[in-house]
Unconditional design. Structure first.
Length: 270
């Protein structure tokens, strides 16, 4: 009889262990698989390189995926499509997203993964003339990437006429073709944008720095907490062990990487 009950006890223990391990595996699978990842063509942070996606943020996301055990495809889409998805669909991640107070209410942000200046540029030789206009400069057309944070910054700074283009490359071509005299762009992106259209930074000059831009990984509000927490833990580990710094300095050798980790969004407000 004792042997009978001992056998049952051993059977129950083995069964419980099996069920526990199965639940752990299912949870890991859920965290790794249930996220749709979008990015945009905005070099050198994230961009199309032949048939693949590349860039500083792409390298980082892949490194974090390796820690989590995820293998989701990074889909390069127009900014407006990715932004709509992160606002409306569950378990979506979009990068790289500029932090604003408005966006903190609309999505969950994890980062920063990069920091740059938001700069007002003009064609070479035009800066002195434009500065002489003083407040009159705000009535002139200024170019910005459609639906981007650069449009928001230009509006907040008082520019009244904003010409929005469907890609950073189109807006750069429009500036150099004289369609408008000023362009709002990121200091870390402008050189690669110009290179992508066969031009270079000697053809433009800086008017002024409008703002500082922090870039984040953005998650839809109804993303599973398990998924978001897994990505946060992976980012914290990458910044702690030095792998984040290596990725950052590969792409931005003269810049200091942001080493803090913040999670922002309605769920994190008191």
């Amino acid at each position: 009889m004792r042997r009978f009950f001992a056998s049952i006890f051993r059977f129950k223990c083995v069964k419980d262990i099996f069920v526990f391990l199965l639940l752990v595996c299912l949870t890991s699978f859920s965290v790794a698989q249930e996220l749709t990842i979008y990015t945009e063509d905005w070099p050198p942070v994230n961009f199309k390189n032949g048939n693949a996606v590349d860039g500083m943020a792409v390298d980082l996301v892949r490194a974090l995926q390796a820690r989590i055990g995820g293998h989701q495809e990074i889909r390069l889409v127009p900014w407006a499509r990715g932004y709509k998805a992160v606002l409306e669909e569950p378990n979506v991640m979009l990068f790289s997203v500029g932090r604003t107070p408005e966006r903190e209410k609309l999505m969950r942000l994890l980062g920063p993964i990069a920091i740059s200046d938001t700069v007002l540029y003009t064609r070479k030789g035009q800066a002195e003339r434009l500065r002489s206009l003083r407040d009159g400069i705000y009535s002139l057309p200024v170019g910005a990437y459609r639906s981007s944070i650069f449009v928001d910054v230009a509006k907040k700074k008082g520019f009244q006429h904003i010409e929005q283009a469907n890609s950073p490359q189109i807006e750069a071509n429009m500036l150099l073709a004289g369609r408008f005299d000023m362009l709002v762009e990121s200091s870390v992106a402008i050189n690669q944008i110009l290179k992508g259209i066969g031009r270079n930074s000697s053809e433009i000059e800086k008017l002024t720095v409008l703002d500082s831009l922090e870039l984040y990984l953005a998650f839809s509000l109804n993303t599973s907490p398990e998924i978001f927490n897994a990505w946060e833990n992976a980012l914290r580990a990458a910044k702690k062990d030095g792998s984040f710094q290596k990725i950052y300095q590969k792409w931005f050798p003269d810049e200091m990487p942001p080493m803090d980790v913040q999670r922002l969004g309605p769920a994190d407000r008191p």
